[in-house]
Structures are given as structure tokens and as C-alpha cells.
Design a protein around this ligand. Structure first.
Ligand SMILES: O=C(O)CCC(=O)C(=O)O
Length: 468
């Protein structure tokens, strides 16, 4: 029998306008701690805060959604019915979802199945309608930057099925009536997320990653679904020991959800929120650790067919991609592109050699830190032979430099760091120039990357060329 959860305190709330980027990094990203940031959703730049909300009641403007986005196909969870580890979902037209919400307003809260629109890829679907600006704290986003130019997993059945909706990006709109909720979970890839309340109010319950074993069963296979249910003590023996943090998030507030924190969320009013998942050098090792854990699980699961299997490792990797959304090859490809992009930017800044550049500039420090983090993970991959048996070239530098998608990735990454570190003397450079203007290609076109060892050598040689 559950005894009610043990809440030890509230998530810190900070005025985002008084916080510098380096303070955000130091206090929250690096320490992997949650925070609520106020003051960052400026009505002048957030069309969502005016168009999507009725005034003066500050309720969702359902009519606006129906009129402007009615034909969109969206995923709607039925908060009253469970399907495996999540809620049952149904695809419907946005106009039909709005119809259900309006009907509920008439019927009141006596209805069992509360609908909740989730994971709407709004930015991808309506790129011309700029509903909001991603706050600077969350802009160093390698996941969405990569997906704007490349795809993560291209050759499996999973990809074919999910291509359009699931894999396009991790920028979402959520819209739920009072009483809608999200069951206990940790985020995809153990990414960070941020969630901004355009209107309404959410209650969040958080569990530190060091306590996550407490919400699992003895075999660490199934996780508690709803922490406010009567949770069986014999099935989840650690559950009553768990110590939770809570937070009530109001309209205009943005919550930062760190990597690997389990959380459950309840809409206390009709609520619209904007929600991104992302990762960068500060939490990339969490993504790698998750892949490693899921790989070992996938391997263990089919261990008994190992001897009769032609390509056991290949099968493990296929299953890993299907379960987790990427496999070692996909992750290493991602790492290789970001290594090259960071080194291109470092070489470029290094050759400009103007005042403000050099090893002391924060942008250079940031790029070097990124490369150091990528090298460290590559070294872990090397030590466990993570790409054993791979004969495919992961990254061909000459091809990458000819590929407009890679140039775009470099420019966008450069622009991000110029903005974050306010080094605007570089900003015009990243608007229009080509990759060959950015870097002397002779220094960098020597390699093809197949293995983590190749990537480490490439990093070491490239860094040695830099005179910083
Ligand atoms: O707002 C919600 O209902 C869920 C959001 C969430 O779980 C997340 O941001 O990870």
C-alpha cells in the first residue's frame, strides 16, 4: 500500500534576466540541477503568448488554433488509459482535439478520459510562423541542430515508420485541459529539456537520478507509472524511500529539466506549453551511458541465440536503434560531425587572430571544452570496441566539406556561440561565407573516420595545429 510520497522541497526559482550564461552553466547544466526561470518569455518576441491565449482570462485560445492550424494531424493522449509504460494515444486533427476540449468545458470534469495533445512538432510544421524564440540558455542544442540538417537513423524499419513525425526534431507544443497529466518517466536519450508555460499551471514532481532505482521493480525492468497511485510495496520495495522535489510552474515560467531526472507532470489548469529536448557537451556522456546500458540490455535479451546468429552484434545494434532511437554507429556519426564542426570553428577563429580571440576568449574555451568532451567519449568507445566490425566510413572530410548541410551546421553552431558569448565581431562571418573561407581545408582534409581511434587521432592532430 502506498503511504503518500515524501517531498523534501521545491525547485529553485530564479529571474532569468539576472542570470548570466556562465552562471546557468555552472549552477544548473554542469551540476545537473533543475531550476525555474522567470522573465524570459517576452510578449514582444513570443507570439505564442499573445495569439494562443485569450485575454484577459489567459486561457488557451482554442478558436485561434482551430482557425489557423485546424488540419494538422496531432497525437492526443487519453490520460485515463494506460498502454504499456505510457498513455494510450490517438492521432486526430487539431480541429477535432479542440472540439473535444470545448465539449469538456461544457461537461465539466466528470469525464474519465481527459485528452492531452503531446509532442506536436510545431516548429517543423509551421516554420514561417515564429511562435517563440528559444532563450539563450537553451540554444547550445546539438540534437535539434543536427536534425535540422541530417537524420539520426536512416536504414531500419523503425526509421521508415517514424520518419515524418518522430525523428524530425525534438521541439514540441503540448496542450492539455485541467486534469491532464504525464506519467513518471525520464526523457528521451537522457537529454535535457526545457518547458515554457504559455498559459496555465503545471505541478512537477522530480526525482534525482541517484534515487531512480527506487521507482523500479527488483529486476530494474518496470517503473512506477503514477506516483499518486497506491504503489505496491512488494513490487516496488524502494518506492517509499524516494525523496521528491516539487514545483508549481505558472504561466510565463520556464523549467529546466536536467538529464536523467524522473518526473511526473500534472496540468492544474488548461495549459499550453512549449517543450524542447536537447543535449550538448555538458550532458553528452549521459546519452552515451544510456546507450551503453540499453545496448547491454539488448544483448542480454538475445544472448541465448548468440551461437546460431550470423551477425549477433548487428542484431544487437538494430534492436538498440529500435528501442532507444539510435545505435552506436548513429551516435558516433553524430559525434564525428560535431567534432569536425567544433574544430573548423576553432581553426577559423585561430587564423583570424584579432584582439579578443586567442585562448582566453570564452568562445575558444567553449569550443575546446566541446572537443575535450567528444574526445573523452570517443576514448571510452575505443576501450570497449564499440564499433567493432564496422567497415563503413562514418565521416569523409572531403565529402563533408562539399556537403551544404555540413556547412550549414558549422555556420549555425558558430552563430550560436557568437550569440551566447556575445562575441559579435564574428557574427557577420557566420551569416554567409563558405566552409573554405572558414578554414584552410588543407589542414583538415586528410582523414576519413571509421573508428573512435581515428577520431581521437584526428582531434589530437588538429588541436596540435592550433597555436593557442
Ligand atoms: O508537460 C508535460 O506534461 C510533460 C513534459 C515532460 O515530461 C518533459 O518536458 O519532459
Amino acid at each position: 500500500m502506498g503511504m503518500g510520497i515524501n517531498i523534501k522541497g521545491e525547485v529553485e526559482k530564479v529571474n532569468g534576466k539576472e542570470l548570466s550564461y556562465s552562471e546557468f552553466v555552472e549552477r544548473y547544466m554542469e551540476k545537473n540541477q533543475p531550476v525555474v526561470l522567470t522573465g524570459l518569455m517576452d510578449d514582444n518576441h513570443w507570439r505564442a503568448c499573445t495569439d494562443w491565449v485569450t485575454h484577459p482570462l489567459a486561457k488557451p485560445n482554442f478558436q485561434f488554433f482551430s482557425t489557423h492550424f485546424g488540419p494538422s494531424k496531432v497525437q492526443v493522449a487519453d490520460c485515463g488509459s494506460r498502454e504499456f509504460t505510457d498513455q494510450k494515444r490517438e492521432e486526430m486533427l487539431l480541429s477535432d482535439f479542440v472540439g473535444r476540449c470545448l465539449q469538456l468545458q461544457v461537461q465539466g470534469s466528470s469525464v474519465e478520459s481527459v485528452p492531452y495533445l503531446k509532442d506536436w512538432h510545431f516548429v517543423k510544421e509551421y516554420p514561417q510562423y515564429v511562435a517563440y524564440i528559444t532563450p539563450m540558455f537553451f540554444c547550445d542544442d546539438w540534437l535539434n541542430l543536427y536534425l535540422d540538417n541530417f537524420t539520426i537513423h536512416t536504414d531500419s524499419d523503425t526509421y521508415q515508420r517514424n520518419e515524418e513525425i518522430c525523428c524530425s526534431d525534438y521541439r514540441f507544443v503540448y496542450m492539455g485541459v485541467k486534469g491532464s497529466w504525464t506519467p513518471l518517466h525520464a526523457d528521451v536519450f537522457r537529454s535535457y529539456s526545457w518547458s515554457a508555460n504559455v498559459c496555465g499551471k503545471k505541478r512537477w514532481l522530480f526525482l534525482d537520478p541517484s534515487q531512480c532505482h527506487l521507482v523500479f521493480d527488483r529486476n530494474m525492468k518496470s517503473c512506477v507509472y503514477n506516483i499518486f497511485d497506491e504503489v505496491s510495496n512488494s513490487k516496488f520495495p524502494g518506492f517509499n524511500e524516494a525523496i521528491w522535489l516539487e514545483c508549481t510552474q505558472d504561466a510565463g515560467e520556464i523549467i529546466f529539466v536536467p538529464s536523467g531526472w524522473y518526473h511526473q507532470v500534472h496540468n492544474l489548469e488548461d495549459t499550453i506549453s512549449i517543450n524542447h529536448n536537447w543535449f550538448n557537451a555538458y550532458n553528452l556522456s549521459s546519452v552515451w551511458n544510456l546507450l551503453l546500458r540499453d545496448y547491454n540490455e539488448a544483448k542480454e535479451y538475445i544472448e541465448d541465440i548468440k551461437d546460431i546468429c550470423d551477425d549477433f552484434e548487428g542484431l544487437c545494434q538494430r534492436n538498440l536503434a529500435a528501442n532507444t532511437g539510435m545505435n552506436f554507429f548513429d551516435f558516433f556519426t553524430f559525434m564525428s560531425y560535431f567534432t569536425l564542426a567544433n574544430l573548423v570553428l576553432l581553426h577559423y577563429i585561430n587564423t583570424r587572430n584579432e584582439s579578443g580571440t586567442g585562448s582566453s576568449s570564452t568562445i575558444v574555451q567553449h569550443l575546446l571544452m566541446n572537443v575535450g568532451c567528444l574526445r573523452k567519449i570517443a576514448s571510452e568507445m575505443k576501450h570497449m570496441d564499440a564499433l567493432e566490425g564496422n567497415h563503413d566510413c562514418v565521416l569523409d572530410m572531403i565529402k563533408a566539406f562539399e556537403d551544404p548541410r555540413f556547412s550549414k551546421l558549422c555556420m549555425q553552431l558558430g552563430r550560436t556561440y557568437v550569440m551566447i558569448h556575445e562575441q559579435f565581431y564574428l557574427s557577420s562571418d557566420f551569416e554567409s561565407i563558405s566552409i573554405s573561407d572558414l578554414v584552410d581545408l588543407n589542414i583538415m582534409t586528410s582523414s576519413q573516420i571509421y573508428t573512435p581511434e581515428d577520431l581521437i587521432k584526428f582531434i589530437d592532430n588538429s588541436v596540435a595545429e592550433l597555436s593557442i
